[in-house]
Design a protein around this ligand. Structure first.
Ligand code: AIR
Length: 196
């Protein structure tokens, strides 16, 4: 009887794969995000979002696609990233920044918009990012875009990581460690009291 029990236990162990195996192999995808932005001139700012995703080990793809200049290709690409298992989208644009809103209209994935300050010698310099901020944040009801501060691509990525962490426990752990380090650094840098 006890030998039989031991065999049962072993078989049970074998058919119970570890959580990471279930997430990565059986369901067929890893954590995925997509980054869209409207112009090559936005690259330096949007790269900061990519850096945060890398830091947290989130897979992502990035696309330069203007909602105004390449609308059809944008729609196709949004459909494509959805098919590939993308779970959250970051979208940045400057000037009259339709990109995040247009993407939000094409998908039910959460879209995080980054209003960009446009400094483009020889072309329109925009309004310090206020133009993009209002374009992105003032979405009509039913089609929301979660909007971060002007140029704050990093925060878009932190929010994307937090959204993904609802599903991925390993990200929850990384976020908890990250927040603890922030608090520890604050304590070490005057948070415990300073002499003035
Ligand atoms: N843009 C491009 N297509 C539509 C918009 N709103 C934005 C880009 C960039 C700015 O216009 O996101 O911030 C200037 O783009 P470009 O290509 O002229 O340098």
């Amino acid at each position: 009887m006890s030998i039989l029990c031991s065999i049962c236990r072993l078989v049970k162990k074998k058919v119970q794969p570890p959580v990471s195996f279930i997430l990565n192999d059986v369901q067929g995808y890893n954590m995925k995000a997509a980054i869209f932005f409207g112009s090559k001139s936005d690259s330096d700012t949007m790269k900061k979002a990519a850096d945060v995703l890398k830091e947290f080990g989130v897979d992502y793809k990035a696309y330069i696609l203007s909602a105004h200049r390449a609308g059809e290709l944008l729609k196709k690409t949004v459909a494509q990233v959805e098919k590939e298992g993308c779970e959250v989208i970051i979208a940045g644009a400057g000037l009259s920044a339709a990109l995040p809103g247009v993407i939000a209209s094409e998908t039910v994935l959460p879209v995080i918009g980054v209003p960009l300050e446009c400094i483009n010698p020889g072309k329109s310099n925009g309004l310090g990012g206020m133009d993009a901020l209002l374009s992105i944040v003032q979405m009509p009801s039913q089609i929301p875009v979660a909007t971060v501060g002007i140029g704050n691509a990093k925060n878009a990525a932190y929010l994307a990581v937090q959204i993904l962490a609802i599903k991925y426990p390993e990200l929850q752990k990384k976020l908890a460690d990250f927040r603890k380090k922030l608090a520890d650094d604050a304590a070490a840098n005057g948070g415990m009291g300073v002499e003035l």
